[in-house]
Design a protein around this ligand. Structure first.
Ligand code: 4AD
Ligand code: MG
Length: 478
């Protein structure tokens, strides 16, 4: 007898299978007769019908929500509604009991806050199991896309000795005795004595190393964890998040925009095609949630409609300068509704401005490009105007910034000038400068925040609910 997963069983017809075995966790046990069994392989439960007259009372009592059970029985056509097949149980073994009074995941609606505190068990719920299956599919689709398009997967280091990227505050990695660190003559901590003989941190991005590989392997991407110690306690920031960073030699910013758009459409289409059940469940969940909101705040599109819209429509490409004009003349700016009013060219865009552009003005994903040089990183290629750089940000409705990328400065003299102006030590980035000395060429890439993509694809509104164990200020539980 073979042990099947629930998803396999639900696809069987009763003519081909008789005796089956399945293992899973009890979701509910109704009328001493109907077990809804789930094993995580699918959103759906399989109904297992117990004959309580022949079943040992002691065993019956142990069939409680959350218990792990091993079931043997006959797969039959279901008499009840909502499922095509069910199992007539001939033998049930309780593998692991679950105290029904104490088990946190009761068969009722729990708040996401409560479930975050029980993140080790929250994937026993339909919502979180659907989200995490979608997360898995998305990450598979990402590798599939790059593999099909001739990219090599590259593992950039997690521990880094350079903090020059300036993408955010870093977490220090040290093996020194925190209570009694070695000191230099002037009283500072002497990192020469530390494990690596220098100051090291957790990486904020794999980009600079990915550039070195793009300049030899041509097309590469990284997909790994990144760490930022910024104290932003928002629904879109994590201290530990996963980032996808492709980097391509001989590609300019236009190519970079094309790549990002094609890539995002591909992975979103992939989940539409491969995770229908989970998406439909999350779609319905959101529709229910929307009904509790006032009419004016309700979304015009359902989750699935939003994903389809992105897959089927071009992203709008708008220069920073055009965006500033739109924002300066916008209602919320004129009526002083923005917290940060847009007065002149050069202003950094806040999330309220980004959201206005994508949600109110364009109503579609927007690629903003050619930002002022002084609000962007040192490595971005300076335009002929001398004041803007070949940067791009991709903004999504409901999410804000999803992607940040650029064409990289490939000219040694311009890059050195920029570093000098920003006080970045050339010695620290000698290897990065070498790329501009030996066979330099136009190249570009971008970084996509994986969790923000998962938020968009699942309709979850808090980033803490799309990663198994969120790391945020004051929280590293589990
Ligand atoms: O815009 P960022 O900082 O870009 C870079 O790090 C570049 N080195 C990428 C590159 O060109 N290779 O970050 C890229 C994306 C953001 O657009 C956002 O989606 C996500 O990473 N991100 C975060 N996601 C969750 N929590 C945070 N604290 C994030 N910070 C950035
Ligand atoms: Mg950015």
């Amino acid at each position: 007898m073979k042990t099947y997963t629930v998803t396999e069983l639900l696809k069987q017809d009763t003519n081909s299978l008789h005796e089956v075995e399945v293992k899973g966790w009890v979701r509910t046990f109704r009328a001493n007769r109907f077990i809804a069994l789930n094993d995580g392989s699918t959103l759906n439960n399989i109904q297992c019908v117990v004959d309580f007259e022949t079943m040992d009372d002691a065993v019956l009592k142990r069939i409680t929500t959350g218990a792990a059970v091993h079931i043997i029985g006959e797969l039959t056509e279901s008499q009840g509604k909502g499922q095509s097949v069910e199992i007539q149980v001939s033998k049930i073994t309780v593998l692991g009991d679950s105290d029904p009074e104490a088990y946190p995941i009761q068969p009722k609606k729990h708040s996401f806050e409560f479930l975050r505190e029980n993140a080790h068990l929250r994937t026993r719920t339909s919502t979180f199991s659907a989200v995490m299956r979608l997360r898995s599919t998305l990450s598979f689709a990402i590798h599939k896309y790059f593999n099909e398009n001739g990219f090599y997967y590259m593992h950039t280091p997690i521990i880094t000795g350079s903090d020059a990227e300036g993408a955010g505050e870093m977490f220090r990695v040290s093996a020194l005795d925190a209570k009694n660190p070695p000191l230099t003559e002037d009283g500072a901590v002497d990192y020469k004595e530390d494990f690596f003989g220098k100051e090291t941190n957790l990486t904020v991005s794999g980009q600079l190393e990915a550039e070195t590989y793009a300049m030899s392997l041509g097309k590469v991407y990284t997909f790994g964890p990144t760490f930022r110690a910024e104290n932003s306690n928002t629904s879109r920031h994590l201290a530990e998040f996963w980032m996808i960073e492709p980097e391509v030699a001989f590609m300019d910013l236009d190519g970079n925009m094309d790549l990002a758009e094609d890539f995002m459409k591909y992975v979103l289409k992939y989940v539409l095609d491969n995770n229908q059940e989970d998406l439909e469940f999350l779609n319905d969940r959101l529709l229910q949630e929307e009904k509790t909101k006032p009419q004016a705040e309700r979304s015009e599109m359902s989750l699935i409609e939003k994903i389809k819209f992105v897959v089927d429509n071009n992203f709008k490409r708008v220069s920073y300068t055009e965006a500033i004009d739109i924002l300066r003349n916008s209602k919320p700016n004129k009526k002083k509704k923005f917290k940060y009013l847009i007065e002149e060219w050069g202003a950094d865009l806040q999330s309220e401005h980004e959201r206005f552009l994508v949600e109110k003005h364009f109503k579609c994903p927007v690629i903003l490009f050619d930002y002022p040089a002084n609000i962007k990183a040192f490595y971005m290629r300076l335009n002929e105007d001398g004041k803007t750089v070949r940067a791009m940000d991709i903004l999504f409705p409901g999410i804000g910034e999803m992607v940040g990328g650029s064409q990289r400065e490939e000219r040694l003299d311009v890059l050195k000038e920029k570093m000098a102006a920003l006080d970045i030590d050339e010695k620290e980035l000698w290897w990065y400068l070498d790329l501009r000395k030996y066979g330099t060429a136009v190249h570009s890439g971008f970084g996509l925040g994986f969790e923000r993509l998962v938020m968009f694809a699942t309709g979850m509104s808090n980033i803490r609910d799309v990663i198994p164990y969120p790391r945020t200020p004051q929280n590293a539980e589990f």
